[in-house]
Design a protein around this ligand. Structure first.
Ligand code: SAM
Length: 287
């Protein structure tokens, strides 16, 4: 067994070990070693001669072995950057994706035009990524973060506390919007990144081996949750309110049709992300 006594030796060993792992990235070794040593990655570059204790060597070996089996780096470090937040993540939540930041940007632009004093709900909040990014940048907003998964909500609550947002973000364990409506005042903004991967496709995807099925499985055609949300949203979305939904790029037409059925006569738009893919659908309900 190679002795991983210095940073340089440990990184070279990790690079070699992960070379056979198709999902591994060149930075995985440095990220995981910085995590074990509790330092910044830049420090590793500056001090390749720094020595590792036997405990640090064991910890690094374990993480690299798990990475070689395909475990995502974010679950190994327990952290993921999203928008300008560092979020805690566990295997109970989807690892927030950079694509979802586009939805946050669209929501912020719309909300700021209205002065930012609004009621909003993030349906399927997972780690709290969308709800917390919006709460942080819209100090006048009242924010609800809903999920069916109690375990995911626990992670989202921890993230809210870490970022000092617990007082303004309300957590709700619920099946989509079923707990809303009735005497509850409507929401000005509904945002959602729901599971949208067709069940059969999912079986072949490496993510399904590590991330929660509840966060990925969109049913037979990928649209089960989105279809149900569209049917519920008209009861819950305020007049002049906005619904923003992350979609899979190929689902644009089908989701537009569902939105047109749920909200006849409203402005429905599909928005391209920076890669030119249609990843967000907006429904603006006019009074
Ligand atoms: C694709 S993940 C998105 C997580 C987070 N919003 C993000 O963008 O990183 C979908 C989330 O929807 C939740 N979910 C699945 N079915 C649900 C349902 N019927 N009602 C509420 N949430 C649900 C899952 O637990 C998961 O957290």
């Amino acid at each position: 067994m190679t002795d991983l006594h210095t940073v340089a030796v440990a990184l070279a060993w990790a690079r070699q070990t992960l070379a056979r792992t198709p999902v591994a990235e060149p930075l995985d070794g440095p990220v995981l070693l910085a995590h074990v040593l509790g330092c910044d990655r830049a420090l590793l570059l500056a001090h390749p001669e720094h020595s590792l204790t036997p405990e640090q060597q064991v910890a690094f070996r374990t993480l690299i072995a798990r990475r070689a089996e395909g475990a995502p780096v974010a679950y190994l470090t327990g952290r993921r950057a999203f928008f300008d937040l560092e979020l805690l993540v566990t295997p109970d939540v989807l690892i927030p994706r950079p694509e979802t930041e586009h939805l946050v940007e669209l929501a912020l632009a719309w909300a700021r035009e209205r002065g930012g004093r609004l009621r909003l709900i993030d349906v399927g909040t997972g780690s709290g990524a969308i709800a917390l990014a919006l709460a942080r940048h819209l100090p006048g907003a009242q924010v609800w973060a809903a999920d069916l998964s109690f375990a995911a909500l626990q992670v989202a609550r921890l993230n809210a506390a870490r970022h000092g947002l617990s007082e303004r973000v309300h957590f709700l364990q619920a099946d989509l919007l079923t707990a809303c409506g009735g005497p509850t005042p409507p929401f000005d903004l509904i945002v959602a990144n729901l599971p949208y991967i067709p069940a059969l496709t999912l079986a072949d995807l490496p993510v399904a081996r590590h991330e929660p099925l509840l966060a990925l499985d969109g049913g037979p055609d990928g649209l089960t949750l989105i279809r149900r949300l569209m049917a519920q949203a008209p009861r819950v979305l305020a007049t002049n309110g906005l619904l923003l939904l992350e979609i899979e790029a190929t689902q644009g037409e089908q989701v537009t049709a569902l939105a047109a059925q749920a909200f006849p006569g409203t402005l429905i738009q599909a928005h391209q992300d920076y890669a030119g893919l249609l990843r967000v659908l907006s429904v603006e309900r006019k009074g």
